[in-house]
Write a protein that binds this ligand. Structure first.
Ligand code: ADP
Ligand code: ASP
Ligand code: MG
Length: 404
């Protein structure tokens, strides 16, 4: 007998038929003699709809109340799924995040899981229940409801698998696994049979939302193998694990992120300490900076450009205007949201020269101008105009995965 954690995303539980479909998968697993913990997201576009609702009341609504609202989406799907499982003759109980033992930090709308106390889940399993847990939510030290950030249910599932030492953690979604590019945008994308944590972490961080990046981080930390597979077809998916047996692919995937903006601070006096000052203003407010470019100094001034998530764009400009730009003569700031980051990821790059050249050549052939570049051992990212993002993904995919 094994303990299996199965997570189902929003599209997998979008309507009554899909909920019944999930109930069938879960009950089949249970009837084979396994203990089953199921983690679910809100149905379909529910979370987006709830966000639209609070914006109708107040776009700047307090984060505590936003969490209270957003957590409602998962409450609907867990209860419906538990009912569907019961109607198929199996015992089931649904639990909200706090009932399932999710303790989190207090950073509302992007809380971090501090620990999962699985006592209640274990008690329910001992009673032979299939346990259906609300993903994406928990409770902080003040007993306030928190949410983990968009796509957070993947992390909930991995956290349960880690805290309960589950034998298997399956992430069911609306595609058949992890592909070499988003299969909805690139029809020739290939399904990977396996991928390493490090490559998956890069892909997820760089925009492949098939897995939330924090879930991959957690899976790596606790050595939890993940299987990403479709809830709609009965086919083997992609295994995410430490060491892959496959011969190293040069590139394992192409990803894009359109949820970023570029901020440029120009005419900064060219003297030591100002870059530190600028970025410490942002880090003090937990604003993460991504690609950074500093121009070579001219006329005793320099320019610094960097990218941040678009949700933080205006806050970053306001902060820097108040605490940096207004305090240094001649310095100015601007924000550009017509940008996207397109990246190639692959551990094979480490031992192959020329990958960057191939990437830049493909973009040049397509007449796509590169604004910024950033590299690590296993990825290369470029910043380009947003309207070219899909085309860039396609041409890079064609370049590195030519059809045979
Ligand atoms: P869920 O609701 O199940 O959590 P998501 O919408 O969060 O599903 O993630 C699945 C989606 O991720 C797919 O529908 C696909 O369009 C997108 N995606 C982006 N990049 C990739 C990739 N490299 N491989 C597979 N899917 C990807
Ligand atoms: N329902 C949440 C969201 O839409 C969490 C998730 O889907 O993982 O972001
Ligand atoms: Mg998701």
């Amino acid at each position: 007998m094994s303990l299996i954690v199965q997570k189902f995303g929003g599209s997998s539980v979008a309507d009554a038929d899909r909920v019944r479909n999930v109930a069938r998968i879960v009950t089949e697993t249970y009837k084979k003699g396994n203990d089953v913990v199921v983690v679910v997201s809100a149905q379909g576009d529910t979370t987006d709809d709830l966000i639209a609702k609070y914006k109708e009341i107040d776009p700047n609504a307090s984060e505590r109340e936003r969490d209270m609202l957003l957590a409602a989406g998962e409450q609907i799907s867990i209860s419906l799924l538990a009912m569907a499982i019961q109607s198929m003759g199996c015992p089931a109980v649904s639990l909200l995040g706090w009932q399932a033992g999710f303790r989190t930090s207090s950073s509302h709308t992007s809380a971090r899981i501090k620990k999962v106390d699985p006592t209640r889940i274990r008690n329910e399993i001992a009673k032979k229940n299939i346990v259906v847990v609300a993903g994406f939510q928990g409770i902080d030290k003040h007993d306030d409801v928190t949410t983990l950030g968009r796509g957070g249910s993947d992390t909930s599932a991995v956290a349960i698998a880690a805290s309960m030492h589950a034998d298997l953690c399956q992430i069911f979604t609306d595609v058949e696994g992890v592909y070499t590019a988003d299969p909805r945008k690139v029809p020739t994308a290939l399904k990977l049979s396996e991928i390493s944590y490090d490559e998956m972490l890069e892909l997820a961080t760089l925009g492949a939302q098939v897995l939330n990046n924090r879930s991959v981080e957690l899976a790596k930390k606790y050595g939890i193998e993940l299987e990403v597979l479709s809830s709609l077809t009965n086919k083997p998916g992609t295994i995410v694990k430490e060491h892959t047996k496959m011969e190293k692919l040069l590139i394992s995937g192409v990803a894009k992120d359109e949820d970023i903006v570029r901020i440029s601070v120009t005419n900064i006096p060219d003297e030591p300490g100002l870059a530190f000052k600028l970025f410490s203003i942002l880090s003090a407010k937990n604003i993460n900076v991504d690609i950074i470019l500093q121009s070579i100094g001219r006329d005793k001034t320099k320019d610094i450009s960097f990218t941040v998530n678009k949700d933080n764009g205006q806050a970053a400009v306001d902060l820097l205007t108040e605490k940096f730009v207004n305090r240094h003569d001649g310095v100015s700031i601007s924000m550009n949201d017509n940008v996207a980051k397109v990246s190639i990821v692959g551990s094979g790059m480490e031992s192959h020269a020329g990958v960057a050249t191939d990437m830049f050549e493909a973009l040049y052939d397509a007449n796509i101008n590169i604004h910024m570049i950033s590299t690590s051992e296993i990825k290369i990212s470029v910043l380009i105009r947003k309207e070219y993002a899909d085309k860039a993904v396609r041409i890079l995919h064609d370049k590195f995965f030519p059809e045979v």
